[in-house]
Every structure is written in C-alpha cells, then in structure tokens.
Ligand binder design. Structure first.
Ligand code: ZN
Length: 322
C-alpha cells in the first residue's frame, strides 16, 4: 500500500480517454490525409503499406512489439525516472506541447541513466506512448533542442512507426539479444528494404520534430549535435557549406552502397533535409507564425523530390537540386 502523502508521477496528468479523443480529433481534422499525417515522407508510408501487405507480417510485428512494450515499461519503472508535473516538469510540458500539436495522447516519458546519446519510442498505439530519453540527451541539449527530440519521438508515435521498428531492432545482426531469432527468418534483401524504410521513417519523424519545435534553428542545431554525439559543446561552429561538401563527397564515393546497411540517414544529411522542410509550404501550414517575410517556399512534392536524393534513394549531386 502507498503511504497517504505519496504522489504518483501521473498526478495532475489528464489521462482520460475523452481528453485523448479530443486531442486526436483536433490533429486529424486539419492534417491527416487518408489516415496518414500530411508531413509523412512518401517512401515511409509507401513501404509501410507494402510491409502490411505481406501475409502475417503485421501480426508478427505486433507480437514482437507487445512483448517489447511490456518489457520496456517494466524496465523503465524499475530503472528510470518518470517525467511528470512534479518531476522534470519542464520536460513534461515539452511532451504535452508536442502531443497537443500533433493530436496524440500525452507521452509517458522516462529518463534513463545511461551514457547513450539517444532517445527511443515504444508504442503500440498513440493513446499513452512510451518515450525514453537517455541522460546525455537531457544534459547536452538545450531546452529547445530537447523539445525537438521529443517532437521527433512523438512523430514516430503519430505515424505508428513502432509497429515495424521493434522488428528492425530484433533482426539487427549487431543485436545479441535472444530476440534475434527472427533475423533468421528474413533474407538480406528484406533487411535492406526495412533499413530503407527506417531511413525514410526518420525523415518523417524529423519533420514532426520541426513542427513541434520552437524554431527551425533548434532542429538544425539538434542535428548538428547528433553529427558528433555532442561530446563537447565548446565548439558551436557549423559551416553549412563545408558540411555540404562533405555530404556531396559521400554521395559520389564508390562505397556509397554502405548506406543501405544504415537504419538512420547521416546526421549531416538530416540537417539539409531540415532546411528543405523549412522551405516547404506545408511546414508553414502547421506553423504559420514561424514564417519570415523573406522565406520563399516550395511545394511538398518538390521538397520530397529533393529529400529523396539526400536520404540516399537517388545518388546525384546536391548541386543538381540547388
Ligand atoms: Zn527516430
């Protein structure tokens, strides 16, 4: 039994289903297109559609995810600190803001005392998703950058990405967990397909992060820190032209096929995709107040074409798209 004066981390949080439905409707009415958020990167939802069409695949993924959600929730309550109005209230507010913006349930955020510079989401649905922030994220990011990360994770929830992500984690050959048995069931080609989807999915989630963030600059500086894991914050210099040269070189390198083994786009490329989205008319439909008078915008279709090159689907020079 809990002592009478003890407080739950959920005290003060509106966890009612009616509140969730209200939020969900607000998000759906304005920005959902046939059940998919309008900012989703086309290859993301196209590959999701194809994976769902494989007989039994979605069920396998759901079973893996159910086990993972149960396991992670237990681990978090055992090892981590739950964010709430009385514990890390500023992070709780960020989660609430992002959820409200996208129209999903308020996430249950936990902070784990681990050295990984990362964050992750495990969510069977978008009612009460689980978001995990590893300690270096909380320590090394500014509040604006951290909000961008939470918005990114909320984007994974909004797009129901967890369903397939858990299987990707399970089939990762580097993962020594006993769950790795499903890896034997997938061919190398399928694994490459899932990695391609994973990179596309990250573009979608980065866009959600930008939609939720307080400024475009927060999203760019957040990805800047991801380039080098923010080992130190002393050097805040980012020369976009130098970085662009680096990205172009990686696109013309004969070993560029190596990227097909990657589950995430390189952080340098993510910076340029953030810039592309900040020049997209759709972004300002979500955040009209962030538009500066001098900002020229492109259509969503043009933006998606330009991002396709950056995510590694068509290896042509960035210069051709300028
Ligand atoms: Zn992500």
């Amino acid at each position: 039994m809990m002592p009478e004066n003890s407080r739950s981390p959920l005290d003060g949080i509106n966890t009612s289903f009616s509140f969730y439905v209200e939020q969900r409707k607000a998000g759906e009415s304005a920005h959902m297109v046939r059940g998919v958020p309008d900012y989703a990167f086309p290859l993301d939802y196209e590959l999701r559609r194809r994976m769902k069409a494989i007989p039994g695949f979605e069920r396998l993924c759901r079973n893996v995810l159910e086990m993972e959600e149960t396991r992670m929730t237990q681990l978090m309550n055992y090892n981590a600190l739950a964010v709430g109005p009385s514990q890390f209230p500023e992070i709780y507010e960020m989660g609430r803001d992002c959820a409200r913006r996208l129209g999903i349930g308020i996430p249950n955020i936990y902070i784990v005392n681990d050295e990984v510079f990362n964050a992750k989401t495990v969510a069977l649905d978008d009612v009460s998703p689980l978001i995990i922030l590893y300690r270096p994220m909380v320590e090394r990011l500014t509040p604006g950058e951290l909000k961008c990360i939470i918005g990114h994770e909320c984007g994974h929830v909004h797009n129901r990405h967890s369903l397939f992500v858990s299987l990707i984690d399970a089939v990762n050959p580097l993962n020594s967990s006993p769950k790795n048995i499903p890896a034997l069931l997938l061919s190398e080609a399928n694994r490459m397909l899932m990695n391609t989807w994973s990179r596309a999915m990250e573009v979608t989630a980065d866009r959600a992060g930008m939609i939720c963030a307080d400024s475009v600059e927060d999203a760019i500086s957040c990805n800047r820190k991801l380039v080098y894991n923010s080992l130190t914050d002393r050097d805040r210099t980012l020369d976009l032209e130098a970085l662009r040269d680096q990205v172009e070189e990686s696109m013309s390198n004969p070993a560029k096929m190596l990227l097909y083994a990657q589950t995430h786009p390189a952080s340098a490329r993510r910076i340029f995709m953030d810039i592309e989205f900040s020049e997209c008319e759709l972004f300002y439909r979500w955040r009209p107040e962030l538009r500066k008078p001098e900002t020229a915008v492109r259509t969503l279709e043009e933006t998606n074409e330009r991002c396709k090159k950056l995510v590694g689907l068509t290896e042509t020079s960035l210069a051709q798209g300028r």
